[in-house]
Structures are given as C-alpha cells and as structure tokens.
Design a protein around this ligand. Structure first.
Ligand code: NAP
Ligand code: MG
Length: 501
C-alpha cells in the first residue's frame, strides 16, 4: 500500500503495513475465504494505513475447527506445564525485543503517543505474559476429606483437578490493542486453552504482528488463531459458535449484552469487561498538589479512551474552584498532536466514528446547560483530535454525566456533605473503577469500602499490575482480568472420587 508512510516510521513497521495482512489459522497466514480485505486507518491523518483480510463466519468456523483440534488432539495438551510456561515466557522475551516496533504499530493504528505505547502498552503486555508464564506450573486442585454419611465405614480419596475450559473466543477493543490481546491470551495459554482472537476492526495490526511472534516462539499450530474482521460478522459468529466453550469480551456494555444472548445457544461461559463512568472523589483534605494532576491524568490518559477513566469528578465545595481550575491548567499544557511526534502527549481519537460520538456528547452537554472551562471542541480539521475538556454546571440528570463518553471529557461537580457524596458516586449503572483523594487514611478506606466498583484507587489513578485483578461491579462486567482470579475463568473443576476401602 505504502500510504501514509513517512520516513519517520520504523522500517520494519513500514514493511509490515506495506502488504495486505493475512489472518492466522492453524499456524498458517491465509487470506479470508471471501477474498475480501478491509482498511485500517491512521487516525492522525484519516488516511488508509493498511489493508487487512476481512474474516467472517466462514473464517471463524475454520479457526474454531483449528482451535478445537489443537485442544482435543494436538501436541498442546501433551506439553508439560513447565513447557507451556516456557513458551509464554519466550513470547514475552520476543515481544520485549520488538518493543520499538510494537510501539510504532500501536501509535499508527490507534493514534496514541509513541512515548506512551513504548512506556506503558508494550511493557505492560510483556509483564502480563511473564506473570502468566509463572502461573502455568501453579494451577492446582485440592484433596478433600469427605464423609459420605449414607455409606458408613467406606473410605474415599477425593480430589479436584483444574482443567482448561477448552476453546476460547476472545473479542477485544481498540483502546489498548496489544495490551488487551495480552490480557486475554496470557491466562488462556497459561491454563492450556486454545484461542480464536478477534481484534477490533480499527486496530488489528498489533494482534497480527503478535501472531507472528506466537508462531516464532513455537506454539503448536491452532493454539492461537487470529481472525480480524467486523464485530457484526466475525465477532457475532464467534460469540454464537457451538464449538466455542467460552467467550471473553472487552468492549461496550451494549455489545456485552449481545454476546450474552449469542452465547445462550450452547451456554458457553462468558466473561465481560465492559464500560464505566468512574467517580473520582476529591475531599478538601486531599493533597491538592497530587490530586489535581492525578485527576487530570485520570481522565486524559489515553485520550479518555479508558474503560476506567475518571470521568465523573466530585470535588468538595471549598476546594472545587481550585481543583477544577488546576485541572483546566493541566489540560491546557497537554500537547495534542500526531502520536509519532515525540512532543505529543495526547494523540487523536481512534476513529471518525469515535470523534463524532465524543463531539455529539459535547453538544448534548452544552444543550443541557454544561459549560466548558477548557476545551469543548474538535481540534483542527484533519485527523480525529479533540481538545481535553473540563465541563462544569453538570448534574446527574445529564447524559454527559450518566453515559460513557470515552473521550477526554470530564464532568466536574461540587459536593458539600461528605456523607451525601458516596451514594451519588455509586449512582451509576456502571461499577468498574473509582478513586478517592484524601490525607485521612480512615476516611480513605471507609470510602473504598462503600464505593461499588471493581477497583478503588486511593491517592492515585490508573495503577495496573498483572497481579492485580481488574473487572466490574454492576453492568461493568462479569469476572476479572489479571491476577490469579482470572485463572478461574479459564479453568473448570473436576471432582474425582475413588473408593479406597
Ligand atoms: P464495541 O462495539 O463494544 O467493540 C468491542 C469489540 O466487540 C470489537 O472487537 C468489536 O468489533 C466487537 N463487536 C462489535 N459488535 C459485535 C457483535 N455484535 N458481536 C460480537 N462482537 C462484536 O465497542 P466500539 O464500538 O469499538 O466502541 C463503542 C463504545 O464502547 C466506546 O465509545 C466506549 O464507550 C465503549 N468501549 C469500551 C471499552 C472497554 O474497554 N470497556 C473499549 C472500547 C470501547 P468491531 O471492532 O468490528 O466493532
Ligand atoms: Mg486504525
């Protein structure tokens, strides 16, 4: 294609996007059965970046067959757990060696700043694989003393096995394309499952490059299959497929509900990591020198395209003006530009659709009486840039406060009564994350207990670790990603009972 490739682009990445990218099925790179491709765009320019094979239900079917065979018959199940762990570790090493290349791919395909992809997305993905590699040898059952009251005198030896759930369909979004692939693949591989992964249509490239490393690391054919394509076709076919044992999905709550319906056909297991509208509570006794930049980065990190973005800001009234003006100052300082520019701190939104969506929310906020003290508009007319925005004069009846915007837009609201604020903070259909800023340690932990969210940050925000479980209360999802908890979602328990006397 050679479109939108400037001399600054990493040479291997220029090569990678120069050819139409194929899909990975049963260890082979193949075109789609239909022969169709779809374009992926550079959101900084709106130009086509690369062409990618467009998978649909026929390709999903082939990929599921490959994953099924690899699970039921392939060498994968015969590997020792130590060998499995070593393969995952090797994948982490390979990914680390290609950090620069992946950072460029993420920046080009998603729009995010190269500096951030290099410092956060890629290293966190590497770390996740290493953490999960360690788990491969540590997934254990129990021996269980039992009584069996209706067989007096008999002796039994009972134990449990934790077995892989089988063929897993994984559907991921575009906001952290490589990292979401790692969050999904890591536990599936550690537990011995096989996978069909469908990346987001906006950002398929890093998953496809990761597929090359998976092959290079030596994973047997069919263990990981990667089928790019559209959600309504490829994604829906995967969610409904009768030979898939589990779906792991990250994305919008709306599509999460479609997944649940689609999964009902064969009652496949489902885990969901969905949207959020996370409350960020700043008490007047907070250290404002850290709370102000912290609250700014809670919403502006990754252009607000984070499911856990701190998008509902509640500030105690006596410090409201100071905090909100401080965040506005932080917003003004943010360098918005092409992700490849080393000065850039915030790139474009991922797509034209997302730009329209975020601008639509801004208009809706203004029409309901909100006021922007900074930002509030699209930036420029090329690429999908939006100004970092702080909205005031907002309340919980407004769409901008209730719904997930998924852009760099925070709604700030004052509160006077510390008792009244937590029910307001909890007044959301979502429950993914929340934060509290205070120097009073008792208040911090009391608040953490009351907030109904899967993650509560105290005096910090967006702190992630491979060992820390992440997921949602309420309509923010089912199950947890990361930590040892995620392994429960990829294994099932078999009870074995032997009569010994
Ligand atoms: P989305 O539609 O939920 O997309 C997430 C993934 O699901 C993508 O791979 C998508 O494929 C796929 N998908 C879409 N429809 C499907 C279906 N019917 N069956 C199976 N898979 C399907 O999210 P989006 O449209 O990209 O973004 C819309 C909003 O979702 C955002 O504005 C934001 O509010 C929220 N969101 C949340 C997260 C999160 O991390 N929780 C991430 C992204 C977006 P395509 O790529 O082809 O659509
Ligand atoms: Mg793209």
């Amino acid at each position: 294609m050679g479109i939108a490739v400037s001399p600054q682009i990493h040479p291997q990445v220029a090569d990678f996007i120069d050819k139409p990218r194929k899909m990975l099925i049963n260890g082979q790179w193949v075109n789609s059965i239909s022969g169709k491709t779809f374009p992926t765009y550079n959101p900084a320019t709106g130009e086509v970046l690369a062409q990618v094979a467009e998978g649909d239900s026929a390709d999903i079917d082939l990929a599921v067959k490959a994953a099924r065979k690899a699970f039921d018959q392939g060498p994968w199940r015969k590997l020792t757990v130590s060998e499995r762990g070593r393969l995952i570790w090797k994948l982490a090493d390979l990914l680390e060696q290609h950090t620069e290349e992946f950072a460029y791919i993420e920046s080009l395909d998603n729009g995010k700043a190269l500096t951030i992809a290099r410092a956060a997305d890629v290293p966190l993905a590497v770390d996740l694989f290493r953490y999960m590699a360690g788990w491969a040898t540590k997934i254990e059952g129990n021996t269980i003393p039992i009584s069996v009251p209706y067989t007096p005198g008999a002796k039994y030896l009972a134990y449990t096995l934790r077995e892989p759930i089988g063929v897993v369909g994984q559907i991921i979004p575009w906001n952290f394309p490589l990292l979401m692939a790692a969050w999904k693949l890591g536990p599936a591989l550690a537990t011995g499952c096989t996978v069909v992964l469908k990346p987001a249509e906006q950002t398929p490239l890093s998953s496809l490059r990761l597929g090359e490393l998976i092959t290079e690391a030596g994973f047997p054919d069919g263990v990981v299959n990667i089928v790019p394509g559209y959600g309504e076709t490829a994604g829906a076919a995967l969610a409904a497929h009768p030979d898939v044992d589990k779906i792991a999905f990250t994305g919008s709550t709306e599509v999460g509900k479609l997944i649940v319906h689609a999964a009902a056909g064969n009652l496949k297991k489902v885990t969901l990591e969905l949207g959020g509208k996370s409350p960020n509570v700043v008490y007047k006794d907070a250290d404002l020198d850290t709370a102000i930049p912290g609250a700014a980065s809670a919403i502006f990190f990754n252009h607000g395209q984070c499911c856990c973005a701190g998008s509902r800001l509640y500030v105690e009234k006596s410090v409201f003006d100071k905090v909100v003006e401080g965040i506005a100052e932080e917003a003004k300082k943010i360098n918005v530009g092409s992700g490849l520019d080393p000065q850039t701190e915030m790139g474009p939104l991922v797509s034209e659709e997302q730009l329209r969506r975020v601008c639509g929310y801004l208009e809706s906020g203004f029409s309901e009486g909100a006021k922007a003290i900074v930002g509030g508009h699209r930036k420029g007319d090329k690429g999908y840039f939006v100004e970092p925005t702080v909205l005031v004069n907002t309340n919980e009846d407004m769409k901008v406060v209730r719904e997930e915007i998924f852009g760099p837009v925070v709604t700030a609201m004052p509160f006077t009564d510390p008792e009244e604020i937590l029910p307001r903070a909890n007044n959301s259909e979502y429950g993914l994350a929340a934060a509290v800023w205070t120097k009073d340690i008792s208040k911090a932990h009391r608040t953490a207990e009351i907030l109904r969210a899967g993650t509560v940050w105290i005096n910090c925000y967006n702190i992630f670790d491979a060992a820390l479980p992440f997921g949602g209360y309420k309509q923010s999802g089912w199950g947890r990603e990361m930590g040892h908890e995620v392994l429960n979602n990829y294994t099932q328990t078999k009870a074995v009972c032997t009569k010994v006397a």
